[in-house]
Design a protein around this ligand. Structure first.
Ligand code: GLY
Ligand code: MN
Ligand code: MN
Length: 450
């Protein structure tokens, strides 16, 4: 995006810092996959937003007020990894001090200096830091998350490092205000960000179209996933913004199904929730289609109901409305529809089949931070769904039908703009498109199974 964008964001962050404060940001950790193989590195989105820096082992320090030393005034320091000819031969280039300067930082130091540096913390009335442990999911209802286990282990091997000490350390840092400021900044997108998001969304929508043309009943979930992701790469997207969800039949009823391992999709609805990440910005688009090209009457009833709900909900995506306004619109239509179909008797049971929220922000994260009240230049999803797993309390003819339709909506001063509208949503338009073939099906590979 260029140094100016990130420099501007650092200044905006500084403007919102409390008086006489200092803020620390850390890069994402490198995470081990197994033995000596790591997961693909991905920078922490806050760190990336403020720096554009994509390497690990860095620290960004932002000061509210100008500081002075023998070399003059400064209000931020970026600490980076040193160059290393040998490691760069194995792992790839490092930008080093010179590279960091080119990215608009006046004060750049090595990570080793971070350890030696004295920040005279006592001089500041507020120390801000992002949550230094957000690399592991800490489910609120999970008493034994990985860190508890790690802390216990540390306690056993070294009694200086007790969990209580770590707890105190955490308390000293004011990460609530960092999260608030970052959320204030990131929730509305500037024109450059909207451009990148629009591209990520366009790529994802075109992949949905290609899959609609290519899919047939004897494909596997993984093959379908592969077509989406192949199209992403064709358009230059480096990653998926989150693990791709491709589930047919029973699997379409699992909200975040990511194993994508069923080889049997024929005659079922297949729910495809995927998003390309383009230069850091991720789409989040879901289409649900009949794998064989034709909705069964039951599949069509449920699909059309979700469509009707989504259409009405998208219209509520206007300045001043809240996520809840969008949700209430969507659930009202779904509960009335489910009653009419005889699937529920009472509107309050609709949540059983539509158990999630309808909207979230997207951006550098698929679930981007931001307010639940809409403002101009926010980009949010609108994604109602109905999921009827096997053994649900309704006629078995509805079982294993799961439908979600998810679009990415730009909030404007007037009508909402659907950035993912390229990918058809109307059931008859989907069926029409699915009559076409895709050149992807020309690829013939030798059979390697006996
Ligand atoms: N892909 C995750 C979600 O729709 O929120
Ligand atoms: Mn979503
Ligand atoms: Mn999604």
């Amino acid at each position: 995006m260029g140094p100016e964008f990130h420099e501007k964001k650092r200044q905006e962050f500084r403007n919102q810092m409390p008086s006489n404060s200092i803020a620390f940001f850390f890069t994402s950790p490198i995470m081990k996959r197994s033995n000596d193989t790591d997961f693909m590195y991905h920078q922490d989105p806050n760190f990336y937003y403020l720096t554009g820096w994509k390497e690990p082992h860095g620290v960004l320090v932002i000061f509210k007020d100008n500081q002075q030393d023998n070399n003059g005034f400064f209000n931020e320091i970026l600490f980076v990894r040193e160059r290393n000819e040998y490691r760069e031969m194995w792992d790839g280039r490092r930008l080093g001090l010179r590279g960091a300067k080119k990215m608009g930082f006046d004060r750049v130091k090595l990570r080793s200096d971070f350890i030696k540096n004295s920040f005279k913390i006592d001089n500041f009335s507020n120390v801000l830091s992002m949550d230094i442990r957000d690399d592991v999911r800490d489910f609120k209802d999970d008493k034994f998350d990985l860190y508890n286990l790690q802390n216990k282990f540390l306690e056993i091997i070294n009694d200086k490092e007790s969990p209580d000490n770590l707890g105190d350390l955490k308390k000293e840092f004011n990460n609530i205000s960092v999260n608030n400021i970052m959320s204030n900044l990131r929730q509305t997108k500037d024109s450059l960000e909207i451009k990148l998001l629009t591209k990520a969304i366009k790529i994802s929508s075109l992949a949905q179209i290609e899959v609609m043309k290519a899919i047939h009943g004897d494909m596997t979930e993984r093959e379908v996933q592969g077509i989406h992701e192949f199209i992403y790469r064709k358009y230059g997207a480096a990653h998926e913004g989150y693990n791709s969800i491709v589930g047919a039949g029973a699997n379409s009823c699992i909200l975040h199904y990511i194993t994508n391992e069923s080889i049997d999709i024929d005659n079922q609805l297949i729910l495809m929730d995927l998003g390309a990440e383009y230069r850091g910005y991720t789409a989040d688009v879901t289409r649900t289609i009949p794998a064989n090209g034709k909705f069964s009457p039951e599949q069509k009833e449920i699909y059309d109901l979700v469509y009707e709900s989504q259409e009405a909900a998208i219209k509520k995506a206007v300045i001043g409305n809240t996520f809840n306004d969008i949700y209430l619109e969507s659930i009202e239509i779904i509960s009335n529809g489910l009653i009419k179909l005889g699937i529920i008797d009472d509107a309050k049971d609709a949540r059983k089949y539509y158990p999630h929220g309808v909207s979230h922000h997207i951006g550098l994260d698929v679930h981007d931070p931001g307010s639940r009240t809409l403002e101009k230049n926010m980009v949010i999803t609108v994604e109602p769904g109905i999921y009827i797993p096997e053994n649900s309390d309704c006629d078995p003819k509805w079982w294993n039908i799961g439908v979600r339709i998810e679009d990415d909506i730009l909030i404007t001063g007037t009508d909402p703009i659907n950035l993912s509208e390229d990918a058809p949503r109307l059931s008859n338009e989907i069926e029409k498109l699915m009559e076409q073939d895709s050149p992807i099906n020309q690829l013939e590979l030798p059979n390697i199974d006996d």
